[in-house]
Structure formats: structure tokens, C-alpha cells
Ligand binder design. Sequence first.
Ligand code: ZN
Length: 303
Amino acid sequence: MNGDARAGHDKTIGHDKTIGHDKTIGHDKTIGHDKTIGHDKTIGHDKTTGHDKSTEHGPYGNKTAGHDRLFGDYIQVLRFLFVFLLATTAFASDYCAQMRLWVQAMERDSNAVEITGWQGLTVELRYADTINITGKNIYCSEKRAWAHRDIAYKLQKAIALVQKEHPGNKLHLWDAARPLFAQAVLREAIRGKGLSDYVSSATKGSLHNFGMALDLTAENPDGTLLDMGTDFDSFSPAAGASRRMEDSLVVAGELTARQVANRRIMRSILQRAGLIQLPSEWWHFNGARSAWVYENMQMLGVR
Ligand SMILES: [Zn+2]
């Protein structure tokens, strides 16, 4: 409960002081994509193919014009396809280029602890695949995960507790430290959907950008995930993780008692390890009070 109240801060605190600006600009490179689309305007050029129509083609003028129009349409479609392909690959390679830079920065950052390959933790980064709200492979298939050392040791404690109290079960990681460009991509994906409470702007940054948040679920000994009632990044009321919310969701038939019990088993362990639950997302845990993080810490891998 205590954790809930604190974490509730998350949504309200607007410590926009945070760095990050540069990378939002990095994201604007993706808007370089728009420039490519600016290319589309060149397609507008094709309309000038209408030019051909008006040229002096003598008695056959009309036919040639009709032919030109068809041919022009064909060219236009080809150009559109070309620009579309260029734009989509530009997008993908832009993510990959930014991801590479971020990985290098994380390798240099003495506060960043790589948690990939830890015993008792399965790393499945959803943004390193297309199974996420954006449908994009934002991390360019990079499955290495990092966390700030201040949260990493708490994760270590939590894993030890799982191993002691539920031998065979594991924690399962959906996201950890997150590059700022990815924050901008996520924010863009939810724009206009009334979900801004769930995804911080890249200017403010999410605690994930500080490496101070972990998105976790739990695995059964056979590797299947425990049923927690919703998937990752389900921005629905059923993702709510305060006790009162969960109790009312059970009463309303939105969650089963088993699903809530599973959440509470995991939450109890993570809270005893010092992690703080975000009340609107059962999978999200902060390593410290978010107000404190915004005041006192720097984002990971920004330099
Ligand atoms: Zn999260």
C-alpha cells in the first residue's frame, strides 16, 4: 500500500528538468522520415506529367496523353512503393543506429549493471521484438538488458527470495533500462489515445530511462508465464495493481482470484526486496520514489 501511494507520484510529478532533450531531437531524425515523405511531394511532380498532355503531339496528341497518363500512374505507384520502402527501412535502421550508440554508452556507464544472463531471470525484452504496443522492433532485436546499480541489487535480492520461497519459479523481464529515443517512439505511439498517464514524455523521461524501473512478471518452472490477468502494456483498468482496484476487479469479474493471488505473490517478494509497485501497471516496479529519482539521478547512457 505504502508503495502504491508513493508510486502514485509517478503520474503527477512533472520534473521536466531532466536532460534528454537532445535525444528527443535524435528521435526527430525519425522525422527525417518525414523528409523522405517530403519526397512524396515530388510525386506531386508527376502530375506535371499532365504537362505532356498539353504538349504538341499533333493528331495523336490525345492518345499519347492517355498512354502517358497510364504510364505516369504506373511510375507513380512504383515511386510510392520505392519511397515507402525507403521510409520504412530508414525507420528501422534509425532505431538500430540509435540502439548501437546507446549500447555503447551503457557499456561505458559505471552506474549501469548488465542483468542479461542472470540466474533466475529470463530476459524477454518486448521492445526488442514487434510484440508491443507500437508493433515496432524499437531495440533492433538487442536483447541485452541493463539496470541502474541501485535497482540491480534489489532485483538480485528479489531473485534470491523467489528461489528460496518458490524454487523452480523465475522472474521474467519485459523491460529494464530504456534508451530515450525509445521513450519518444512509445510516446508517439500513444499520442491522442488518452494514455499519456502511462507513458512519460521523452523530455521528462520515464524511470526506465534512469535505469530505475523494471517491468517484471513471473514464470512457472516449465517456463510458462503465471497468469496475471493482462498482458504487458495493457493500458486497461485490469492492469491496475492497487489492492482496492484488484479487489473490485475480481468482484466485477474482470480478474479471477487466482490472477490477483499470482500478482500478490510476486509483488510481496519484489516489495520485500525494496522495489516500489506502480499502482496502474502490475508489472512495473521502481527502484526508488520517482520524485527522488527525478531530483537526484541522471538518465543512464545519455552521454
Ligand atoms: Zn515500466
